[in-house]
Design a binder for this molecule. Structure first.
Ligand code: PEP
Ligand code: MG
Length: 318
């Protein structure tokens, strides 16, 4: 079965009716970049850059970060993209050297891009390192936790200012869709980015107002809830109108069963945990777009996550 899986992974993930779906990897280290490509990922859809910042007394320097991003992108083939998400701490991920006042609701407080904009030296340093590393490979920059257009505009301004100072080429810029306001206003955001990547973990948490790690309620935070699927639909429809691509990098992408719904909604890249690459590629090859579309349009009309799961189950038995 292992050999069969490997053979599956080596072939591209093309649906029966000829649509290529990129199956990329989520990674959190340079070693994983190498591993992901060995396991036949089509690229990296999410490099969580937090690992560079954790377990240390002060923020990593520009040079240190540059070396890491460069080493990561050099593991990929030239045509493959490395999507690097800028520092996404706060919420459940505190950092000793970043001052955040104690908050009653950290998930609704200084998180992700909000910290980057509040402490711009941190974000500027990271952006400079990324821009320099992008001279050695296909790096895309992605901003986390965008909830308001102004955050995106400000982050893009910082990026452009650093780019002009370095006098280097521009890189593709994207944003996470993981807050309902961003999904609802995806038509506005789509004008400002090259791509979206949907973070179903946070999008589910914020849409259903259930802490993603809650011991009792966590089981109800199901990313297949029709409300979350409608957020994904809004995002994909808005992106398609402006010829922008949409990926999913939340845990839902690694669930091969969810692939027909996500693809039916218009997602063209699934960024998954390394062990899921072969299985998700195999799932994509068994699908055709027209049946995915009809399945997706039925799913968003369901009344609960349970009904969506039942629908998926019955479509498997067909
Ligand atoms: C997400 O929220 O779905 C996501 C991919 O980001 P993280 O899990 O790192 O918050
Ligand atoms: Mg997130």
């Amino acid at each position: 079965a292992l050999a069969e899986n490997k053979a599956h992974a080596a072939k591209p993930a093309i649906t029966k009716d000829g649509t290529l779906i990129e199956v990329a990897a989520n990674i959190g280290s340079v070693a994983e970049a190498k591993n992901a490509i060995q396991e036949q990922a089509d690229g990296v859809g999410l490099l969580r850059s937090e690992f560079i910042f954790m377990d240390r007394k002060q923020a990593p320097s520009e040079e240190e970060q540059y070396q890491i991003y460069r080493a990561a992108v050099e593991q990929l083939k030239p045509e493959q993209a490395l999507v690097v998400r800028t520092l996404d701490v706060g919420g459940d991920k505190p950092l000793a050297y970043i001052n955040i006042d104690t908050e009653d609701n950290p998930f609704l407080g200084e998180r992700g891009i909000r910290i980057g904009l509040d402490q711009p030296h941190l974000l500027r340093t990271q952006l400079r390192a990324l821009l320099r590393a992008a001279q050695h490979g296909n790096i895309h920059i992605m901003f986390p936790m965008i909830s308001d257009l102004n955050e995106l505009i400000l982050a893009k301004q910082l990026l452009e200012q650093e780019r002009l100072k370095l006098a280097v080429k521009a890189v593709p810029v994207g944003m996470m869709i993981e807050v309902p306001s961003a999904a609802i206003m995806a038509d506005i955001f789509a004008e400002e980015v090259d791509f979206f990547s949907i973070g179903t973990n946070d999008l589910t948490q914020y849409t259903l107002a259930i802490d993603r790690g809650h011991s009792k309620l966590g089981v109800f935070a199901d990313a297949l809830h029709p409300s979350v699927l409608r957020m994904i639909q809004l995002t994909c429809d808005a992106a398609a109108k402006q010829d922008k691509w949409v990926g999913v990098c939340g845990a839902l992408a690694s669930d091969a069963q969810a692939a027909p719904i996500l693809i039916g909604l218009g997602v063209s890249e699934l960024s998954v945990n390394i062990p899921a690459i072969a299985e998700v590629k195999a799932a994509v090859r068994s699908l055709d777009i027209s049946s995915c579309k009809s399945l997706a349009s039925r799913a968003i009309c369901m009344r609960s996550a349970r009904e969506v799961r039942a629908l998926l189950q019955s479509s498997l038995n067909m």
